[in-house]
Design a binder for this molecule. Structure first.
Ligand code: CTP
Length: 429
């Protein structure tokens, strides 16, 4: 029906991208991408009309794409285009182009395969970059210079690793090197898009493959530093303790054999989070982890099972949990300072209520006096919270410096670092 509609409109149309790749690999397919040399929106309407009455078409005019929902299928129509990205912008400039232009702008050779829906060569495979050979070789390779591909869209660094983990493919050496060199550019990508790729890695058959690649590429240090803090076996007076990072990956793989539940896999990933910051070496004893009760997994379980929130909101809470998770432990200390309590409140920001619930899940210690102290300090936090909410001063308070002042003082261009500096000033004050 798509081919007929395209023929009637006299626009050359092709199936392209992930759908073609997955069909060839024999994977389950759902979303279909159709590229046409012409107007994708018109083609989408023609196809919807051919498929039946009241088939919904939704479209994004700015991107010139349209989507048709048909049973469980989502068919996306787009006019072939050239894209040119500017270095400081996430949004490409889009210009109409040929099929070849469109294949050129794609991320990997295995994602640039097209199948013709034209009458003259219906079903022909158009594979300009050797994508089929790469599928055979199980290789992730970029059609253009890797540095260009990744700098056009830095999310592709995560995608390369995600595909390697999902499909159990290898990333070509030059591509991996380019990822290592460009890793820092991941900072321009939004948290949501990074989480989506990260979760696809978590759901892959052996998540350790992707997680280890993220680490070796230098991406993990940027997107999830608390994980890389766990790397390394430390030796002191001849005594080492296990590498918490690789131990964690092993635990994630072990659990992944038994479950496809994202939250269980996350619980495994975070079960030791925060250990490094609490470790101590004691002569005669070796390494111990002070005040650390390995509660990460428990809290993730709570977030995923008790909170009725969309996945992205849950991920935000998980992130917060990772960032804050040593703070609740500070509540077990005998002499907790007022400023530690204020910090807990300040850092928790808008999620304070949820975090309070999480804190309650943190009481895992068998040491009674520690638990008692914890509860007392927890009450103190609650009291403090009431005061803060009444005045609402602390959370909304901004330091008396503007972004402009920071840029001028430190001779900086607009960018993330300006925000980071402002936050640092705010915290320091
Ligand atoms: N694409 C790209 N660069 C990106 C994202 C997507 O070049 N950053 C292209 C690829 O050709 C990809 C197609 O757009 O095959 C569709 O993208 P998407 O639906 O996000 O991914 P799929 O490859 O279909 O894989 P999956 O469905 O597993 O996400």
């Amino acid at each position: 029906k798509i081919a007929l509609a395209a023929h009637e409109l006299r626009v050359p149309a092709f199936l392209i991208g992930g759908f073609v790749r997955d069909k060839i690999l024999g994977r389950r397919t759902k979303d279909m991408d159709v590229v046409c040399v012409g107007d994708g929106i018109t083609l989408a309407h023609q196809v919807a009309a051919a498929l039946g009455d009241n088939i919904p078409v939704s479209f994004f005019k700015t991107y010139g794409t349209a989507q048709v929902k048909w049973h469980e299928f989502e068919i996306e129509f787009v006019g072939a285009r050239k894209e040119s990205y500017r270095r400081e912008s996430r949004n490409p400039e889009v210009v109409a182009g040929t099929l070849e232009d469109d294949q050129n702008r794609r991320d990997f050779t295995i994602n640039a395969l097209a199948v013709s829906l034209r009458e003259a060569d219906y079903g022909a495979l158009i594979d300009p970059f050797g994508g089929i050979a790469d599928l055979d070789k199980k290789l992730i390779r970029t059609p253009l210079e890797p540095a260009q591909t990744f700098s056009d869209d830095p999310l592709r660094m995560m995608r390369a690793i995600r595909f390697a983990s999902q499909l159990q493919f290898t990333i070509a050496d030059d591509a991996f090197k380019a990822i290592q060199e460009n890793a820092d550019r991941i900072r321009i990508i939004t948290q949501e898009r990074i989480s989506d790729e990260f979760n696809k890695i978590m759901l892959s058959p052996k998540p350790s493959v992707g997680l280890d690649l993220l680490y070796k590429a230098g991406l993990l240090k940027i997107i999830f530093p608390q994980m890389t803090d766990m790397v390394g076996v430390e030796m002191y007076e001849g005594k080492g303790h296990k590498d918490n990072f690789y131990h964690t990956l092993q635990v994630v793989d072990n659990i992944s054999v038994h479950t496809r539940d994202l939250w269980l896999r996350w619980a495994a990933l975070l079960h030791d989070i925060g250990k490094p910051a609490t470790k101590k070496f004691e002569p005669g004893h070796g390494w111990t982890f002070h005040g650390h009760d390995a509660v990460g997994g428990k809290m993730v379980t709570r977030i995923f099972t008790k909170f009725k929130l969309p996945l992205h909101d849950k991920m935000k809470l998980v992130k917060k949990l990772v960032e804050l998770h040593l703070r609740p432990i500070s509540l077990t200390k005998e002499n907790i300072t007022d400023s530690a309590i204020r910090r807990l409140l300040f850092d928790a920001g808008d999620d304070i209520e949820s975090l309070m619930m999480l804190c309650e899940a943190d009481i895992t210690s068998k040491n009674k006096s520690k638990v008692k102290r914890y509860l007392e300090n927890f009450e103190l936090v609650r009291k403090r919270l009431k005061e803060v909410e009444e005045s609402d001063r602390i959370r909304n308070w901004q330091p008396p410096v503007t972004g402009e002042m920071i840029m001028e003082t430190f001779d900086l261009k607009p960018g993330r670092v300006v925000g980071d500096l402002k936050n640092a000033i705010r915290e320091a004050i």
